[in-house]
Design a protein around this ligand. Structure first.
Ligand code: ADP
Ligand code: MG
Length: 360
């Protein structure tokens, strides 16, 4: 196994691309640590599959290099890279039995029959297919076929990495949770580097130790779920992670204060006046309603979402959400929204600004 390094990597599907917009992946440097469990999270079209296919070798990048350890594999064929990849839709051999489908990658590598048998049984148990090992794949549901694809992706112990490209799309919701748990167990047991692509934040946050967030062909942040929640590095991370996402306000910021709509708000840290479009961001969980201080707020409606409630309202016509913890009453006369100063983040042109004295 090996660390995977992307060096000055960029990709355009167009020949002679020059403009930024021509690139499905903008230039990036990125390191995937050996043995990490990563989620690659972003909305449809942001470049997740492009990135995955470059790592596995299905696609040659138009710029930059791919390294496995110290070895440059940019021009190495997929087979040479020792990577298992599971795609969004099942790829199985219909005429083979479930057992033979699972055994295929091992037979290909000339493994011992006894080992193959034991390993296939182990994987079959993981994906709940012990009972149907001798059935032909033809005629199985899409769900079952995708489980075989997953199993085949996991069967080899000698791979550099396992890449999953939205593998649970066709799986029913109950089984999704089950399989995700299995993947985590597998990761803990075998320590393979795993990169799990998804557009679903719940999947990303439950699977991964580190979440890599992509937006418009760029990696905008890599961090633990907690880091992404507390310090979104880009406004997209603020919006995309959390439900509902972060609230943003245009502001001027200097020292320990932000000015929003002519009102002065305290910040938890001191900032040198940032350049560009300056905003403050605050998560709904760190907002409370009151009758003085903060910003003017009008309640539109209240949503019950199980354990807590979400107050949807507006500040100067713009939508703002406030999370109300379990058991807390709503003051019907509340007309201001207040922010916990130390939970406010500052953004300039969508990128988070570090406060003075923050270690990076
Ligand atoms: P994601 O997997 O995040 O949904 P993709 O990597 O598939 O995103 O696509 C990123 C961008 O590249 C999109 O704009 C998509 O239309 C474009 N793209 C993907 N595959 C091809 C291709 N084979 N040829 C041309 N453009 C492509
Ligand atoms: Mg994709």
């Amino acid at each position: 196994m090996a660390q995977i390094t992307l060096k000055n990597l960029a990709h355009s599907y167009k020949p002679n691309a020059t403009a930024d917009a021509d690139f499905a992946l903008k230039e990036m440097d990125h390191v995937w640590q050996d043995g990490g469990a990563y989620a690659l999270l972003g909305s449809s079209g942001c470049g997740k599959s492009t990135l995955l296919n470059i790592i596995s070798g299905l696609l040659r990048p138009s710029h930059g290099r791919v390294l496995f350890g110290d070895r440059d594999v940019t021009d190495a064929a997929t087979a040479e890279r020792n990577i298992a990849q599971v795609f969004q839709f099942p790829v199985v051999y219909d005429t083979m039995t479930v057992r033979d489908n699972l055994a295929f990658p091992l037979r290909n590598r000339g493994m011992e029959p006894d080992y193959i048998k034991a390993r296939v049984n182990q994987i079959a148990a993981m994906i709940g297919m012990e009972e149907i090992l001798n059935r032909k794949a033809r005629g199985l549901t899409a769900d079952a076929k995708q489980k075989i694809s997953l199993g085949r992706g996991m069967v080899r112990e000698d791979v550099n990495a396992i890449l999953f490209d939205e593998p649970l799309t066709v799986i029913d919701p109950h089984m999704k949770f089950e399989l995700r748990t299995q993947l985590k167990t597998l990761h803990r047991e075998f320590g393979h580097t795993m990169i799990y692509v998804t557009h679903d934040q719940t999947e990303a946050l439950t699977f991964a130790d580190k979440v890599v967030v992509m937006y418009d062909g760029r990696v905008v942040q890599m961090g633990t779920p907690q880091e992404l929640f507390e310090r979104p590095g880009h406004s997209f991370v603020g919006y995309f992670i959390g439900s509902p996402g972060m609230n943003f306000f245009d502001a001027t910021v200097a020292g320990h204060t932000a000015t929003v709509l002519g009102e002065t708000l305290a910040l938890g840290a001191s900032y040198a006046p940032p350049k560009g479009r300056v905003q403050i961001g605050i998560r709904p969980e760190f907002c409370v309603l009151g009758r003085s201080g903060g910003l003017p707020f009008s309640i539109r409606r209240v949503e019950d979402v199980g354990r807590h409630r979400i107050i949807r309202g507006t500040v100067a016509g713009a939508n703002v959400n406030v999370t109300l913890p379990e058991g807390m009453e709503i003051d019907a006369d509340a007309n201001r929204v207040l922010f916990a100063p130390e939970k406010i983040n500052v953004y300039a042109d969508d990128w988070r600004v570090s406060p003075e004295g923050e270690e990076n």
